[in-house]
Write a protein that binds this ligand. Structure first.
Ligand SMILES: C[S@@+](CC[C@H](N)C(=O)[O-])C[C@H]1O[C@@H](n2cnc3c(N)ncnc32)[C@H](O)[C@@H]1O
Length: 403
């Protein structure tokens, strides 16, 4: 029986395929393997996949389950390395993106041993800079220095470009000195551009504001410009994104969609009194007090508790923990019980295609946790632009060499 083709990158960055099914091993250092027989052998699932093998590579720091990496995969980028310190993230990444992700703590990573990648991406942990966290910033003893580790990896591996992502809080006044320090570290060898992007403006059916930092190595003589926003006005909605999978009990064939985490116990007595689009403020005053407890007296325009989503609007930010009291997104389709989104719906709202799935053995709340990441569509849009810059540069270099 023929063994599958085993593709790999080599230190010189060229791609080679060994075809063990032939007598001896056929070998090409230009990836010029016969596509049809590669197909027949079944390892390469499509011509698009074949393109992957001779194209630009990406290194994925803090790779998570691969929500952002799906965008890289759609662009035909080959993952040269990926790491995360969470086993569910790694297993999901390896099953869906490429079987390459390592379970490693960034603080202990051997940077020298990481292979070269043309682009390095990284959504370094955001908790220290998130408004909903303790707000310790770089002083957070566990995660505060991971941004600097990310910069160190980039500077040591010297990719042609990088893409970093974090919560918008990283750019708030309090964290600005640290943010500027990171940009300074990266700015030695790179033209750095950053922007706080509301992902809904790129067509993600979710309000998700994140800072994206893009660097292009200075010898490429190019600065990155954020592509024009495609959905400044006509935002994609919850209905656009998940309306076709409303009747989840009849949809046995869609994975990660049969069960959901329901609602919180303290929401149950009140949830049916809130209209679609409403929240705890729609309750009677006594009920507001009973439900919000001390929070009732803390003032402000907080409308996140007991929030019943309006399917005709974009979702609010998909968070790693869906059952937060102050960040509720309760879906109440007509004729159904109110509930949180399923994991599949969370993935859809993150623009992850349905072929991506979590193994059912991963506890459901861990699956929800792993839905957080760079929305696939935004990753795709930004990496597409980065890829184009690199390709133009490589082509110009080749033309110079050929002259
Ligand atoms: C924001 S998530 C990254 C999501 C990913 N970029 C995506 O688009 O799917 C941050 C990741 O950092 C990982 N992480 C946290 N601390 C880490 C550490 N010390 N070493 C490696 N990974 C870590 C978490 O497990 C989490 O998956």
């Amino acid at each position: 029986m023929s063994k599958p083709i085993q593709p790999d990158f080599y230190a010189d960055g060229k791609y080679r395929i060994f075809d063990n099914s032939r007598s001896g091993s056929s070998f090409s250092n230009k990836g010029c393997f016969n596509i049809t027989s590669a197909h027949t052998l079944g390892w390469l699932k499509s011509l698009e996949d074949f393109k992957v093998l001779s194209e630009i590579s990406v290194g994925d720091m803090f790779c998570g389950a691969g929500i952002g990496a799906v965008g890289a995969k759609q662009l035909g980028l080959k993952v040269a390395f990926a790491f995360d310190n969470n086993k569910h993230a790694i297993n999901t990444y390896n099953a869906n993106i490429q079987n390459i992700a390592a379970l490693s703590d960034a603080k202990e990573i051997d940077i020298e041993a990481l292979p070269y990648a043309d682009i390095i991406t990284g959504g370094f942990p955001c908790q220290p800079f998130s408004v909903s966290g303790k707000g310790l910033g770089e002083l957070d003893p566990d995660k505060g220095n991971l941004g600097k580790i990310a910069c160190n990896i980039i500077n040591k591996k010297n990719p042609k470009a990088f893409l970093l992502e974090n919560v918008k809080g990283l750019t708030h006044k309090k964290n600005m000195p640290f943010f500027k320090e990171l940009i300074g570290l990266l700015g030695v060898d790179y033209h750095v551009t950053w922007e706080v992007v509301d992902c809904s403006e790129y067509g993600v059916p979710q309000k998700r504001e994140r800072v994206f930092i893009v660097g292009i190595r200075k010898d490429l003589n190019k600065s990155f410009l954020f592509p024009n926003k495609t959905h400044l006005k006509d935002k994609r909605t919850i209905l656009d994104s998940i309306g076709d999978i409303k009747l989840k009990d009849e949809l046995g064939y869609i994975s990660n969609h049969q069960k959901d985490c329901g609602i919180r116990n303290d929401e149950a007595p009140y949830v049916n009194k809130v209209p679609v689009g409403g929240n705890w403020k729609n309750l009677d005053i006594d009920e507001q007090k009973a439900f919000m407890k001390k929070g009732f007296y803390s003032g402000g325009g907080r409308t996140g508790a007991l929030h019943k989503v309006d399917p005709n609007k974009p979702a609010k930010t998909i968070l790693s923990s869906p059952l937060g009291k102050a960040t509720a997104q309760i879906l109440h389709w007509e004729g159904q019980e109110p509930r949180r989104y399923t994991v599949r719906e969370s993935l859809r709202l993150q623009t992850v295609p349905d072929w991506f799935s979590f193994n059912d053995e991963i506890p459901m709340m861990k699956q929800y946790e792993r839905c957080s990441g760079i929305p696939t569509l935004v990753s795709y849009i930004l990496l597409k632009e980065i890829k184009a810059i690199i390709k133009r540069h490589d082509k110009a270099l080749k033309e110079q060499d050929d002259e």
